[in-house]
Every structure is written in C-alpha cells, then in structure tokens.
Design a protein. Structure first.
Length: 230
C-alpha cells in the first residue's frame, strides 16, 4: 500500500526541526558569552554600588561618595560607610561579587578544557572552581581571610595558565599575563608594607588587568593553541 505525503505534516516537521536547531544555536550562544555577561553584570553592579556609597575614606571620614583613588572596594561591603552613614552600597556590592565569582569559576572551567595535560587541566578546573565561594565570601566580615585564600587560589591558576602561555605562540598573552602577575605582586608588596594610599589605586589596576586577562583568554584563545603542549 502506498501512502501519500501530507504537505502540512511535512512542513510541520520542517518547522519543528528548524526550531530545534535555532534553540540549540541560542543555547550555544548563551554558553559562549556567559563569562562576558557575568562580568559585565558584575562591573555594572559594582559601579552602581560606588554611586550609592555614602562617603568617607581612611584619610578623611567626612568626604562624600566613593573615591576611586582613596576608597577600597572592601569599603562597599561594610554595614556602615566610613562617614558613619548606613551603607546603601552593600547589597549592590554583594550581588556584584556573586556574579564576579561565578564568572571566574566558569572561566577556569572552560579554560581547563583547552589544556591537554590532565594534571594541569584538573588543577585549573578544580582549584579555579574552588575560588568561587572564597571570592564571594570576601563580601562578609571575614573579608581579610577570604581575600587571602581567594587570591592564593586565583593566582595559582593564573600562574599555571601562564606557564602554558609561555610555551605557546600566543605572544601577546605571554607578555600580558606576566604584566598582570607583576601588578599582582606589586599589590601584595603594597599590602605587606601597609602603603594604603598607593594600594587604593593599584588595587583597581590589579582588578581591571585580571578581568581583561580573563576575557582575553576566554574569547581569543582556543584548544588548538595548546594542542601540542604537554
């Protein structure tokens, strides 16, 4: 017996197939730009937090607003601003930190897939993911301890990645990763030497350089860049 093909059902199947392909394509795009989206949201919320900070610095508690040259980001997480007013920036800063910690963890997970060596790949993946809770809890009263742990884990992963960058042909990232590490070590030097005036400024450069490194490695490197590196 021969069955005829109904144009309606044929067209319906075509439409369904097209919708499924579109959905898969959309999901792929969302995953691809998730790190960028997370960091963009984090930075936007951080800026909102700075705009809502009542005021006060370690040098002058009577100032108004957030000073990018004198305030630390940690000032945004406190219950009260340094001028004594209720800190309305806190909630924005906490949410910002959540998106930032999530984005960092996702970046390390994604980048670990580009490394062939299983030991190095697993180190970047698991240690990188472990940075998320410690980075987020920087926004708590345990700020100093969480910052120390988070920085240690984060930059340990970056050092591991830098080793592979130095073995690759990614010349720009070789230089830039080293610059980021130097900025970080200089930041630590200022912290240990208690040069708070300089640290307030260099802290921002450290964070900005690290974010740009994350975005650069996420979107401008590929597994083939490290394919022959063991």
């Amino acid at each position: 017996m021969t069955f005829f093909k109904c144009p309606f059902f044929a067209n319906t199947q075509t439409v369904i197939g097209h919708c499924e392909r579109t959905k898969l394509s959309d999901n792929k795009m969302i995953k691809k730009y998730l790190v960028l989206t997370g960091i963009a949201i984090s930075v936007s919320l951080l800026i909102i937090a700075t705009l809502n900070y009542p005021g006060g610095t370690d040098q002058n508690m009577n100032t108004l607003g957030f000073s990018w040259s004198e305030n630390f980001f940690s000032n945004l997480f406190k219950e009260n601003a340094l001028n004594g007013a209720t800190n309305s920036a806190k909630i924005w800063a906490i949410i910002s930190m959540f998106f930032y910690s999530f984005s960092c963890a996702l970046f390390f997970y994604n980048f670990s897939k580009k490394i062939v060596n299983k030991i190095a790949s697993n180190f970047i993946k698991y240690v990188g993911i472990l940075t998320m809770p410690f980075t987020f809890f920087i926004a708590t009263p345990y700020h100093d301890l969480m910052l120390a742990i988070s920085n240690t884990l984060f930059w340990a992963c970056i050092i591991c990645i830098t080793v592979y960058l130095l073995k690759s042909n990614l010349h720009f990232f070789k230089i830039y990763a080293i610059i980021c590490l130097l900025i970080y070590y200089y930041t630590m030097y200022l912290y240990i030497s208690k040069d708070w005036n300089s640290l307030a400024v260099v802290q921002k450069w450290n964070n900005i350089s690290a974010i740009l490194l994350i975005l650069g490695l996420e979107y401008f490197t590929d597994k083939k860049d490290f394919a022959n590196i063991r």
